[in-house]
Design a protein around this ligand. Structure first.
Ligand SMILES: [Fe+2]
Length: 303
């Protein structure tokens, strides 16, 4: 068993509450320096997310994308160890066999331990990030669990409701009119749950709960596992439909859980709007504004 302290109570609350678990993935050789360098080497470079960021947790506009052409996997790991870099290997389970196997193992265990659970759209991402790096306040549309492998990080989780995120702000994110990162007020920390992640701990939170992350003063390695369940996909579609109804029909729809007739109708609205391409995504695609160089891997250079 990978998870050490799974209980029926936790299974019931999964996806609705912030929960913390013990695991043993950090003991696997996949995550030694050699293992990480091999993953960075084998992962398609064009898909690798390379980012840097400023220090003010409210200034998410300092999140910048970079390029790392010509660096070996070992040099990329060196960049993370010496610089202020966030490396994101999204969907590593699609591109790297060991991560595909790991995803199968984790999700099979999760489904076996939770009667009736069905997961899909599984995305296991490998995150390799520098000492003191941060991820700004944002939320994700699917369900997420974050598994700590190396280093220590602080995760702040906020309730998925106003003022932390209002329904209209949520609709903008699900409709992809806006980036997943958005304005953060430090006063909201009073309403946050702070979780310290150390190797061998995993945390998961309510679907769409905003969160932000700050690394401790050491290299951090984590796995982010995103997935959908029928309930989670229904919620995403209802939010999508609410956004469409607000924009196209001048209605003021409200978000409610479940599979009742109202939500089934909204599911049809969301599917129809997607088929007709009524909503055009308006996300700003970040251009690369820095590059890493093999000669000095940890230094952020202008493009
Ligand atoms: Fe996230």
């Amino acid at each position: 068993m990978i998870l050490k302290d799974w209980t029926d109570e936790k299974a019931k609350a999964f996806g609705r509450e912030t929960l913390s678990f013990a695991h043993d993935l950090h003991e696997r050789p996949l995550f030694t320096d050699e293992g990480l360098a091999a993953a960075l080497e084998a992962y398609p470079r064009a898909r690798l997310g390379v980012f840097t960021m400023g220090e003010d947790p409210t200034d998410w506009t300092t999140w910048r994308k970079g390029s790392a052409d010509g660096l070996s996997g070992e040099q990329l790991l060196e960049a993370a160890k010496t610089g202020r870099i966030w490396l994101n290997l999204r969907e590593a389970n699609l591109y790297l066999k060991p991560y595909a196997d790991l995803a199968d193992e984790v999700f099979a265990e999760k489904e076996a331990m939770t009667p009736g659970l069905k997961t899909f759209k599984r995305d296991v991402g490998l995150l390799i990030s520098s000492a003191n790096a941060q991820v700004f306040y944002h939320l994700d549309v699917p369900l997420v669990s974050l598994w700590q492998i190396r280093g220590v990080k602080q995760v702040y989780v906020y309730p998925p409701k106003a003022p932390f995120v209002g329904e209209e702000a949520l609709e903008k994110i699900v409709l992809r009119e806006t980036a997943e990162q958005f304005a953060f007020d430090p006063a909201w920390d009073a309403g946050a749950q702070a979780v310290e992640l150390v190797p061998g701990r995993m945390v998961t939170w309510a679907q769409n709960a905003p969160h932000r992350i700050t690394n401790g003063p050491m290299l951090n390695v984590s796995l982010s596992m995103e997935f959908m369940t029928p309930q989670a996909l229904m919620r995403a579609n209802v939010i999508y439909a609410n956004g469409v109804l607000r924009r196209r029909a001048g209605l003021r729809p409200r978000l409610a859980p479940g599979f009742g007739p109202g939500n089934i109708g909204k599911l049809a609205v969301a599917r129809g709007a997607k088929a007709l391409k009524l909503q055009k995504p308006n996300e700003r695609v970040l251009p690369a504004t820095f590059r890493l160089d093999a000669a000095q891997p940890g230094v952020v250079l202008p493009v």
